[in-house]
Design a protein around this ligand. Structure first.
Ligand code: NAD
Length: 479
């Protein structure tokens, strides 16, 4: 007998709320497999969640840092202990491989643990006044209610690296996850809910971006958003009308420069990993491979060989290296860009739709060669297992092509030349620079974010997260 579908409820003011329409959470590796049904929140639900978060803020912002650290450490311990189960669930609903799913839950646990410590480490400053008999104290205070809006591609890690610092510094949260990954979001919130927070400190409102996301901008004090540039712009316009503090992390069109003097095998690994792992669905993916002409043909041949050998299959099948595309819409978008690239005159290898034992959104990795940086495939984010090679004369041209983009999240270079590596580090117009390592793959204790249209507002993660999640007060005191 078929099991009844699991239901994922919204969390509002400490109560699991089950009302209204539901939508299905589908496994992209096997579209017959329904992970569950989630309740779609309405605009009044969002208003209620925001009011509950505001109530909870009164208590939570006054708790000791030890209470906050304990709650975060408890949540982190559960995430770490359940990483296999939650990683598998993540792989089932998003399509990344089991290993990638487990790795992401591990990362989420580490992030939450780190911010448990940050709650205690938050410091201020005392400056001598220029006037006699006056002290100046500079302190950081919580902001209030934080609206957290996240994408589907890292449904646990990104939510964790926003919710954990928000709570660590005494804020409360209304969290709106992506429509495509409600189970991961629900599990994370369930863990926080049972970790010793007051009712209403974390609220979950699932549903459509245009309804729930839009309503969220109405009542909160700050919004931390990760997603596409187009959605970021829409949110920014509305939020700025209310003078809401904003942190937007958006798309990438990240270059990986490969110079003639690179360690060849490492460069090929960096390219294949950066372009195709996690099905290319990473904001930090290497979508533009900028290669100097002497190494170009050999490099393209080696990348082609590696990508054609990648095992694309069910995310939970042993041996799978690349899972399916997240849904039909993204698959269609990828296919559209393959057509666009061909019509622009680029040469395509791979990219075919693949049939597997289970019905899913399987696509072979795709590589465009003979491309120029002005082609749409090199200017617009595709967000799938699709990369382009751009042939250049020398390092100078490579740097100029790397920087010729509206986006600026990560930029990588593979070279054994210290001179070029240091010059690239100083001159790449990106928030993150990677030398001889893939453009994707980051540590959890350091700042993360981009430049140009990739990012807006203060950095996420590490001790830098306090810039966004706290507000500074300067006090002059004369005894
Ligand atoms: P998206 O912009 O479509 O959606 C992101 C979130 O915004 C979802 O929760 C969605 O429901 C919500 N949303 C949609 N319309 C909204 C509206 N009008 N108001 C408020 N919220 C709304 O992005 P996606 O497809 O989920 O994710 C892929 C994108 O995310 C890519 O562009 C990728 O580069 C980017 N991304 C960036 C980073 C980073 O840190 N820079 C990390 C991961 C993903």
């Amino acid at each position: 007998m078929q099991q009844p579908a699991r239901q994922f409820a919204n969390l509002i003011g400490g109560e699991w709320v089950r009302h209204g329409e539901t939508a299905a959470d589908i496994n992209p590796s096997d579209t017959r497999d329904v992970i569950g049904e989630y309740f779609k929140a309405t605009a009044p639900d969002v208003a209620q969640a925001t009011a509950a978060a505001r109530d909870a803020f009164r208590a939570w912002s006054r708790t000791t840092t030890q209470v906050r650290a304990d709650a975060l450490h408890k949540a982190a311990a559960e995430l770490l202990a359940r990483r296999e189960e939650l990683g598998e669930q993540l792989a089932r609903e998003e399509g990344k491989t089991r290993a990638e799913g487990i790795g992401e839950v591990l990362r989420a646990g580490q992030v939450v643990q780190f911010f448990g410590g940050e709650a205690i480490r938050l410091s201020g400053e005392r400056l001598p006044a220029v006037r006699p008999g006056v002290d100046i104290d500079i302190t950081r205070e919580p902001l209030g209610v934080i609206g957290v809006i996240t994408p589907w591609n890292f449904p646990i890690a990104i939510a964790a690296w926003k919710i954990a610092p928000a709570l660590a510094f005494g804020n409360t949260v209304v969290f709106k996850p992506s429509e495509l990954t409600p189970a991961s979001a629900w599990s994370l919130v369930d863990i926080f809910h049972r970790a010793g927070l007051p009712s209403g400190a974390v609220n979950l409102v699932m549903g459509d971006g245009a309804v729930v996301g839009a309503a969220l901008t109405e009542g909160v004090d700050a919004i931390s958003f990760t997603g596409s540039v187009a959605t970021g712009r829409t949110i920014a316009k509305r939020a700025l009308e209310r003078m809401v503090r904003l942190q937007l992390e958006m798309g990438g069109k990240n270059p990986l420069v490969v110079l003639d003097d690179a360690d060849f095998d490492n460069a090929v690994n960096c390219a294949v990993n950066g372009a195709f792992f996690q099905t290319g669905q990473r904001c930090t993916a290497s979508s533009r491979l900028i290669v100097t002409h002497n190494i170009h043909d050999r490099f393209v041949a080696a990348v082609r060989e590696r990508m054609q050998a990648l095992k694309v299959d069910h995310a939970l099948k042993a041996g799978t290296e690349v899972g399916p595309v997240v849904d039909e819409r993204q698959l269609e978008k990828n296919r559209r860009y393959l057509e666009i690239g061909r019509s622009e005159g680029a040469q395509l290898t791979g990219g075919e739709l693949l049939a597997r034992e289970t019905p899913g959104f399987y696509q072979a990795a795709a590589l465009f060669t003979e491309t120029t940086n002005s082609m749409r495939i090199n200017r617009e984010e595709i967000f799938g297992p699709v990369a382009s090679v751009i042939k250049v004369r020398d390092y100078e041209e490579a740097l100029s092509v790397a920087n010729d983009t509206d986006l600026g999240l990560t930029a990588g270079i593979c070279t054994t030349s210290l001179k070029h590596a240091r010059h690239f580090q100083a001159n790449a117009q990106a928030g993150l620079v990677m030398v001889n390592v893939p453009t994707a793959g980051l540590d959890y204790h350091v700042p993360f974010g981009g430049r140009k249209a990739s990012s807006y507002g203060p950095r996420e993660q590490g001790s830098y997260a306090a810039e966004f999640y706290t507000v500074i007060k300067t006090a002059y005191i004369s005894a």
